[in-house]
Structures are given as C-alpha cells and as structure tokens.
Unconditional design. Structure first.
Length: 286
C-alpha cells in the first residue's frame, strides 16, 4: 500500500506523540528510526528533511506498534550495548543489562591483579556478553562459554566472531559445568534466579526466554547446583562470581560458604546499593 509522503522529522513528531506516556519513548523513537534508516541517532536528528521510502515507513509502523505493546527495544533493533561493546541479541537470549557490568568489572579487576590466572568459564553465557567482554579486555585470556540452548549459542558465537575473540573462547553446549573437567581460575555465572511464581507477574517474563529466567521455586535451583559442584572445578586461589537477585544475598552466601568452606565470601552491591554479585575466592592452600 502506498503511504503518504513523510520525512524523518514528521515521523519523529508523530512517534513521540504516540509514545508520550512511555518512559524514554522519545529516545526509543529515535533509535527505531536510526535502525531502519541504517544511520546514527545524530544523523536522524540533524536531518529532519530526510525522505522516508514507502517500505521504510511500513517497517517503522510495525516496529513502533511492537514497542508500544512492550517488546524490548533491543529485540526490535537486534543489538544491545554492554560494557562499551555492541552485542547481537534476539528473543533466544537474555538482554544484557547494566547490572551485569558490575560482575564483568570485578572480574577484570581480579584478572589484572592475577596475571598468571588466565583460564575462565562463563556459565549460562546467553548472548556471550560476559565471556566476550572479558576476552576482549584481557588479550591472553582463554574462556569456556557454557550454554544449555543451541539457539542462544548461535547468537553468542556471532558475537564472539564479531568482536574478534572467538579463537580464545570455547563454546560448550551443556548443563552448568557438569561435562567439563579440569580447573578454572575464574568462573562467572549469571544464572536464572527469578522464582517461578514471580516470573509470570514480571514484564521481563513476557518476551525474554524463560530458560534464562526461571530459577525454580525460590530462584536458587541453578545457583545451588553450580555451587554444589564448585570444589571440583574451581582452582585453589580461584574466584567465583555469581549475579543474584537482591533478596538472595544471605541465602547464596550461606550456600557458597557451605560448598566452598575455605573461600572468602563477600557481597558486591550495585549502583543502587542493592546486593548484586556474590564473590567467593578460595585460598591458595587448604
């Protein structure tokens, strides 16, 4: 169907009106327009006279409706920024979040202060954002990236290749670290931690993969399973970093202390002051 002639400025004005009751709706409209045009946000703002082709208008209309219905912007554009890098995303993977950058930051700090520790694992890699960020910033790091979902691993592999780190990341389809032997100096895990009963009431449960969200009745099933096996694969003097939900700090601390009795366990808070990461560093000698 032939649509009336429209330029970028007119479309943005109309989109802002439609999204006025949605937080950051104006910004989302800019991102959607830039994505469809294959331009930067700066370009679309600087060139309101840019004429939109009929096919572009149809695509914009579809994306705007999907955004109004709650679909995450990252799924509409197919990418998300994380730790200064751009990652491909799709509904098969959890959208990388700023909270997880805290885990990456702490892992990088530890790696830089332990230059002889260069064997890592990212458990539940999803989009691969943790593994790729670590390998990108630590050029001699080797990392195993474990994921249960084949569809998610395809996205992760694309990200590893796109960021030039695939030669040093070893993708494994599996359940936690069950199928792997040997010792890891650093293990990072952003496992499913939302209680099953809460998931249906959260916006994140509408569009993002249940496999990456559902942590069982108390949200601790996967975290507990990983910790139960931790003495087998965590090297002496090694570090385990677990992202958690804020209310789980005490429970996960107790689990970590139980299964890694020699470890120094501490809680790292996010920018809002909420417990976000459990740090468990084992001793060099028993």
């Amino acid at each position: 169907m032939k649509l009336p002639s429209c330029d970028a400025g007119d479309w943005l004005k109309s989109a802002r009106r439609r999204l006025k009751n949605i937080e950051d709706g104006g910004l989302a409209a800019q991102v959607i327009l830039a994505h469809v045009l294959g331009k930067s946000r700066e370009f679309v703002l600087a060139h309101p006279e840019y004429r939109l082709e009929n096919e572009q208008q149809e695509q914009l209309a579809s994306l705007l409706t999907r955004f109004e219905q709650g679909e995450p912007l990252a799924y509409l554009t197919g990418h998300r920024e994380f730790f200064g890098l751009t990652f491909n995303v799709s509904p098969e993977v959890l959208i990388p979040r700023p909270e997880t950058e805290i885990l990456v930051e702490k892992a990088l700090d530890w790696l830089k202060s332990h230059p002889n520790r260069r064997m890592a694992a990212d458990v539940g890699t999803g989009s691969g954002c943790i593994a790729a960020s670590l390998a990108y910033h630590v050029p001699d790091l080797k990392c195993v990236a474990v994921e249960r979902s084949w569809q998610a691993m395809l996205i992760a592999r694309r990200n590893f290749e796109g960021l030039g780190v695939s030669p040093r990341i070893f993708p494994v389809i599996g359940n936690l670290l069950d199928a792997l032997g040997g010792l890891f100096d650093l293990v990072c895990a952003n496992l499913p931690y939302i209680p099953t009963g809460e998931l249906a009431h959260l916006p994140v449960g509408r569009f993002e993969p249940q496999l990456a969200l559902d942590g069982g009745s108390e949200g601790l099933d996967w975290i507990a399973a990983l910790l139960r096996d931790s003495e087998r694969w965590l090297a002496k003097g090694g570090l385990l970093l677990l992202e958690i939900e804020a209310s789980q700090a005490e429970a996960v601390t107790q689990l970590a202390t139980r299964w890694l009795p020699t470890a120094q366990v501490q809680i790292i808070h996010d920018l809002q002051g909420l417990p976000r990461v459990v740090w468990a560093e084992t001793r060099l000698s028993s």
